[in-house]
Design a protein around this ligand. Structure first.
Ligand code: ZN
Ligand code: ZN
Ligand code: ZN
Length: 298
């Protein structure tokens, strides 16, 4: 019988002399490329890495890795025999960034993100993100940068209808998934909700996202009636699952009306003055240069 495919097989890499081998889970995010000056010195150029949870990484010959404190926040590991750069790890963090070069030319990955482009030398051509699939984007945003005791990082997205009218109500909600599978289920619901929202003429825009297992939404509507119309579609189905099944750990929703709406300011590209464009006029009152179209309020 032929060996079945192993979708959960780890990715294996090794240093030049082979004494240090490292295995990372296939779910590890990357390739992420760092162009900071520390990485340039330490790697002889940009540092291409796979990002993984430290506890998910399996080592052989770990005793041959020497760690060097390259900054107050980070350590870099190299093979004491051949000098290959093995990994970077934040001091006291939960993640590890393993050198992509250890995995050879057959590593089935593309560059998903370039970081620290501010410090990249002129001879390197790189753009901030590669061609990310939505799943790569989520994996990346959830794994990097590192969370701290007070901050948790995640990802967000904005979906807009182009509606320029001022918001009459804002809905603020959050929902906590019990685990990663529930998070995916919530995300599938929100994709359908957003599709309903953009069909509603009174919808303005939604900013939504996840930090860890906690999802949030900030949605602007012209009025409560348009919000209610949009929520009567797929959202009502999701609510039924939520209250009828064991689905989500906790949830809070709310609807807010404005206490005060301030002016909307846009900088004139001609004279550099900040112009109050709340009434959507298109010429600078100071220099008469043409102003760009007024952005939406949300
Ligand atoms: Zn080595
Ligand atoms: Zn760097
Ligand atoms: Zn001007």
């Amino acid at each position: 019988m032929s060996k079945p495919a192993e979708p959960n097989a780890t990715l294996g890499g090794a240093c030049h002399c082979g004494r240090v081998a490292v295995h990372v889970p296939p779910s590890s995010a990357g390739v992420v490329v760092c162009h900071c000056e520390d990485c340039q010195k330490l790697h002889g150029g940009p540092f291409a890495m796979l990002v993984a949870d430290r506890t998910d990484v399996r080592w052989e010959g770990e005793a041959d890795v020497q760690w060097y404190r390259s900054s107050p926040e980070n350590e870099r590991g190299f093979c004491v025999h051949c000098g290959s750069r093995i990994a970077k790890r934040p001091v006291g963090g939960t993640k590890i960034m393993v050198s992509a070069g250890l995995f050879g030319h057959a590593l089935p990955r593309t560059v998903v993100k370039n970081v620290w482009l501010e410090q990249k030398p002129a001879w390197v051509t790189a753009s901030r993100t590669g061609p990310l699939t939505p799943d790569e984007l989520v994996a990346l945003a959830l794994s990097e940068p590192i969370g701290s005791p007070t901050a948790e990082y995640g990802y967000s997205l904005r979906a807009s209808s182009g509606n320029k009218r001022p918001p009459g109500v804002i809905a603020l909600t959050w929902i906590a998934a019990a685990d990663a599978a529930e998070r995916e289920r919530i995300r599938a619901h929100s994709r359908q909700n957003v599709a309903d929202f953009v069909e509603e003429p009174g919808f303005i825009s939604i900013v939504t996202g996840f930090t860890g297992l906690r999802g949030f939404t900030v949605t602007a509507w012209e009025d409560e009636a348009s919000m209610k119309r949009a929520l009567s579609k797929h959202h009502a189905v999701a609510m039924k699952e939520l209250f009828g099944e064991r689905f989500v750990a906790s949830v809070w929703t709310s609807v807010w009306t404005p206490t005060r709406m301030n002016r909307l300011w846009v900088r004139c590209v001609g004279c550099g003055a900040l112009e109050d464009v709340s009434d959507d006029h298109r010429a600078c009152t100071k220099c008469e240069a043409a102003l760009p179209e007024r952005p939406a309020f949300w």
